[in-house]
Design a protein around this ligand. Structure first.
Ligand SMILES: Cc1ncc(COP(=O)(O)O)c(C=O)c1O
Length: 323
């Protein structure tokens, strides 16, 4: 079995090389920026978009314009939400979840206890199970809460369920490595509410993405739908083949396997499942995934060309023999 860590596509790397030769050419730089913003708007359905230098920069720019409190899931979110909120001195409220999944029926009650100004979620709880984003959005709308969806793992969802402008007030995403739009750096923000960008001119200028990132993004975002669907399908297969997994019935882009001793299990799996150019095993408990002992198979880290059934069967067999 030969597995490869996800790399930006050849086409994206080529346009990034070409763009790097034009650094300093302002009109060309501006063209790259406008094209990238247009491609983001097309994919998210939002009216406004900005390219920034990383996913955390996108979160930072959004939070710079918020007063708080900000609400985050108690697990399965992104630790950057809390780190950046602390930098801005924003109050943080944690909402209870079922293994990372927010239940819209109880969200209303939580909003009534302490009303946050915004709710920050990732499209997939811990990358392993998709959030009921539409229902969460409706609850946010009813309560005047701004929903910020971190769509690093779901940009381009052709099913229209995640990373969709109709069901998020603001979308932020990392286009770093290894994400669905896989450029090794960069990120973006999109929204239809012009107020989100009010008074953020200076911070957006400070955090802006380079023309090279913009050129790559315009190209690589075209691959996001296929990247996402193939990764979800591979995880669906693995969730059926592996003895015990968390969230067996939910779609995700990684697979979490609960184990009592995650560190030695991860060590064995890293030896048995080699990935050229990177890794694919992470260890929990960890806020970004799940707050219980588990190992995660980060299928999202793999080049989709290696997600064939024979490789996936071998991964499942190795995991079943190790746990
Ligand atoms: C869900 C999520 N959001 C944001 C980030 C931060 O992205 P960046 O490394 O581009 O700042 C990451 C990074 O892994 C992430 O997984």
């Amino acid at each position: 079995m030969e597995l490869f860590f996800k790399m930006p596509s050849k086409k994206a790397r080529k346009v990034m090389c070409d763009a790097s030769l034009e650094l300093g050419n302002r009109p060309r730089g501006n063209e790259y920026k406008i094209n990238a913003e247009n491609s983001i708007k097309e994919v998210t359905g939002h009216k406004y978009a900005r390219v920034v230098c990383s996913g955390n920069a996108a979160i930072m720019a959004v939070m710079s314009n918020l007063k708080g409190p900000i609400m985050v899931p108690d697990q399965g979110g992104w630790s950057g939400f809390m780190k950046i909120a602390k930098l801005f001195g924003l109050e943080i409220i944690s909402v209870p979840t079922k293994m990372g999944i927010i239940h819209p029926e109880t969200l209303d009650e939580h909003f009534k206890q302490i009303k946050p100004q915004s709710l920050f979620i990732t499209s997939f709880a811990g990358y392993m199970a998709e959030q009921p984003v539409k229902e969460i959005y409706e609850c946010c709308e009813d309560n005047g809460v701004i929903l910020v969806e971190d769509a690093s793992g779901s940009v381009g969802d052709p099913r229209g369920k995640l990373s969709c402008g109709d069901t998020a007030h603001i979308i932020v995403a990392s286009t770093g490595s290894p994400k669905m739009v896989n450029l090794a750096n960069g990120g973006f923000i999109s929204t239809t509410n012009p107020k989100i960008f009010e008074d953020t001119h200076y911070i957006l200028k400070t955090l802006q993405g380079s023309p090279v990132t913009c050129a790559g993004l315009t190209e690589e975002i075209k691959n996001a739908p296929e990247n996402l669907l193939k990764t979800i399908k591979a995880c669906e297969f693995l969730k059926k083949e592996i003895k015990t997994v968390l969230h067996p019935d939910k779609s995700g882009i990684n697979v979490a396997v609960p184990v009592n001793e995650p560190k030695p299990v991860a060590k064995t799996l890293r030896k048995e499942i080699k990935v050229n150019g990177g890794g694919m095993i992470t260890v929990c408990p960890r806020y970004d995934r799940i707050n219980k002992p588990a190992v995660c198979l980060e299928i999202k880290n793999l080049d989709i060309r290696c997600l064939e059934e024979n490789n996936l069967s071998e991964i499942a067999e190795t995991v079943n023999n190790t746990i």
